[in-house]
Write a protein that binds this ligand. Structure first.
Ligand code: PHE
Length: 339
């Protein structure tokens, strides 16, 4: 009898399963009505009286062991199955991903540079802190020119200033390269102006330079028409008005037919049908000479535009300040722009 208890104890200890059905089967065959342990309780009356106490004690221990075994196997099973199921609720709506967006000035700058890259213009960059030679003197600005005045230019020290245009980069390119030169210079420029919806103390420019033998005004006009159509659409027209810049002769101001009303007249173009977008002209021979390029052999044209100005026309944003205030509500509106 005691041997039976020992044997069953060993069987119980050995038993392992991770199937609920098997565990239930085990329970029935040991603790069920006709289970081995239950039957041992039935055999209790056959145990000699002096051993009854000990037998009962051991039998109860066996019964408890068996029950504990069943409980522990079952609880292991339920924690296992919980972890494999995972606690994630796949029906909860996802957290929206906040994509950044490129700045409208970056978008427009890239569009412009891309248009010129397609016809062979390289991109050149230069320093934002410039000396007087590269920003003014080499570009044929007379000593008394008002742009050199403290009111227009941020001077850092004598003869050193924040560049007022990226024409300074073109001087550097001409000094270091012989024609043919075909390059555009995008970059930030600074002018000492009161900040308002229409003016800012810094903005962005893209200036272009083309120097080779026999470059004509007509070449420039055709290139600028190509640019305007690529930027504003095939129906866009341009017109050139005489103007003045110290570094070009002749010089012109370029207007594009109003992108809003197609030239019919509206309040954006002040009912003129035209919008001013850039300055341009044939590079003054003095400038070529200043940069060691022979004006008797080479000629060239230059042009320059404000990136904010083009962005205003493309995006219909009328307050210049929005471009540098980094207001998230403004910037996120450009997140779908793919250029
Ligand atoms: N540098 C001029 C400006 O800043 C633009 C320009 C460039 C005009 C080249 C003519 C030729 O306004």
């Amino acid at each position: 009898m005691f041997e039976d208890i020992d044997n069953i104890n060993q069987e119980v200890e050995k038993f392992q399963s991770n199937s609920l059905e098997e565990i239930e089967q085990f329970r029935i065959s040991y603790l069920g009505k006709k289970g081995k342990i239950t039957l041992l309780f039935g055999a209790f009356k056959e145990v000699p009286v002096d051993q009854k106490k000990e037998f009962g004690k051991q039998l109860n221990i066996l019964k408890n062991n068996c029950q504990e075994k069943i409980n522990s196997l079952k609880s292991k099973l339920s924690t296992n199955s919980n972890s494999s199921k995972s606690n994630t609720d796949y029906t909860i709506p996802g957290q929206p991903m906040n994509f950044g967006s490129r700045h409208p000035i970056t978008l427009i700058r890239d569009r412009i540079t891309n248009i010129f890259s397609q016809i062979g213009f390289s991109i050149s960059e230069g320093p934002e802190i410039e000396d007087d030679w590269h920003n003014f003197t080499a570009l044929n600005f007379p000593k008394e020119h008002p742009a050199r005045d403290m009111q227009d230019t941020f001077f850092i020290q004598d003869e050193i200033a924040l560049r007022t245009h990226t024409s300074s980069v073109q001087v550097r390119v001409m000094e270091n390269n012989q024609p043919p030169i075909r390059t555009i210079s995008p970059g930030r420029v600074y002018r000492n102006e009161a900040i308002s919806a229409r003016a800012h103390c810094f903005f962005h420019q893209i200036e272009g330079l083309y120097i080779d033998k026999d470059v004509s005004f007509a070449d420039m006009k055709k290139t600028l028409l190509y640019f305007t159509k690529s930027m504003f659409g095939n129906e866009a027209k341009i017109r050139l008005r005489p103007s003045y810049f110290p570094f070009t002769e002749p010089s012109a101001e370029v207007d594009v037919s109003c992108t809003i009303c197609n030239g019919k007249g509206c309040n954006v173009c002040k009912y003129s049908g035209w919008l001013e977008i850039m300055g341009c002209g044939m590079v003054d021979p003095n400038v070529l000479e200043n940069c060691n390029i022979d004006p008797d052999v080479y000629s060239g044209y230059a042009f320059g535009m404000g990136v904010e100005r083009i962005a205003q026309l493309i995006y219909q944003v009328n307050d210049l300040r929005l471009y540098s205030e980094n207001d998230w509500r403004f910037l996120k509106q450009f997140s779908s722009e793919t250029f």
